[in-house]
Design a protein around this ligand. Structure first.
Ligand code: CP
Length: 305
């Protein structure tokens, strides 16, 4: 029996497969390609909140001509009556969607469930473990504005330890050969004994990190994942980006943020007007990337596995 395709992390993908996906996404963007794939609806199961990822997957499905079956949060579903996530997934899978796109917290055994349901599966953000399509769309945005990733230096500022986006970039950087730097308050960075510390460069000075980087990705302070609440004013003073601090970043550099932004915490409002800031272009690239991904998963799954 052939393996059911899934994108849960980026470890299995080769550089060639990733580049093929990027090229397909670029072709979709160039032709503004709208398609009419005739298959069963796509199941979107968002057990955690989302705006960009959920709606851009819905948009990608719409552009492919695929209807969607949406579960967003527990309200109005039998999760309210205590049904488990696992049972919910098994029941939606039993309706035979063509793909399941799932956002869930760390406690869900995503890999095990994907194998159990035998339906093509895409990770749309999994606790702190990974957000592969976000890393891919970031990389596609960088390719568009700065050029190929090989040898580039990407600095993540802020809540690195709780970031599934960084987790996926650590995987992707191994495939596309870019360097990762991190800076932020010590309690937001990887613990000194963690294996991630060995593969990243840590800056204790934001200006030095910005001077090193080709691309800076500011991260949302994920207060919902913290045991102790951080003083956001203090965070902004030390690690928030403003136009003055951004003078240290290369003029041809790029400023990204996966969203949602805490305005006046990670980014000053003025930074969004800086020509190097492409946070909305990230969202647009997410549509083409996700359209390319779903299309590949359904029509040429061998290009992903
Ligand atoms: N970047 C991202 O995952 O945003 P949402 O949580 O709004 O989907």
């Amino acid at each position: 029996m052939s393996k059911i395709p899934a994108l849960i992390d980026l470890k299995e993908l080769t550089e060639n497969k990733i580049l093929k996906l990027f090229d397909l996404a670029s072709a979709i963007e160039k032709k503004n390609q709208i398609e009419s794939v005739r298959l069963a609806p796509v199941g979107l199961l968002f057990f955690e909140p989302s705006t960009r990822t959920r709606m851009s997957f819905e948009m990608a499905c719409g552009r492919l001509g695929l209807p969607t079956l949406l579960l967003s949060g527990k309200w109005g579903t039998s999760l309210e009556k205590g049904e488990t996530l696992e049972d919910t997934i098994l029941n939606i899978a039993a309706m035979k969607p063509s793909v399941l796109i799932v956002r869930a917290h760390d406690e869900l055994s995503m890999k095990k469930m994907a194998e159990e349901v035998s339906v093509p599966w895409i990770n749309a953000g999994w606790g702190k473990q990974g957000h592969p399509t976000q890393a891919l769309l970031d990389a596609q945005t960088i390719r568009k504005f700065v050029g190929k990733l090989g040898g580039k230096k990407i600095l993540f500022v802020g809540d690195v330890r709780h970031s599934r986006v960084v987790a996926s970039h650590l995987e992707l950087s191994q495939k596309l050969n870019y360097q990762i730097g991190v800076c932020g308050p010590p309690e937001f960075l990887f613990s000194p004994e963690s294996h991630q510390v060995r593969t990243t460069q840590t800056f204790d000075d934001l200006e030095k990190g910005l001077a090193w980087a080709d691309v800076v990705i500011a991260l949302r302070v994920q207060s919902e994942r913290h045991e102790h609440q951080h003083h956001l004013n203090q965070y902004h003073q030390e690690w928030g980006l403003n136009e003055k601090k951004l003078m240290a970043l290369n003029k041809q550099g790029l400023l990204l943020h996966p969203g949602p932004i805490n305005h006046g915490v990670e980014l000053d409002p003025q930074t969004l007007k800086d020509p190097r800031c492409q946070v909305l272009e990230q969202v647009t690239q997410g549509i083409y990337l996700r359209q390319a991904l779903i299309k590949t998963l359904l029509q040429s799954p061998g290009d992903l596995s």
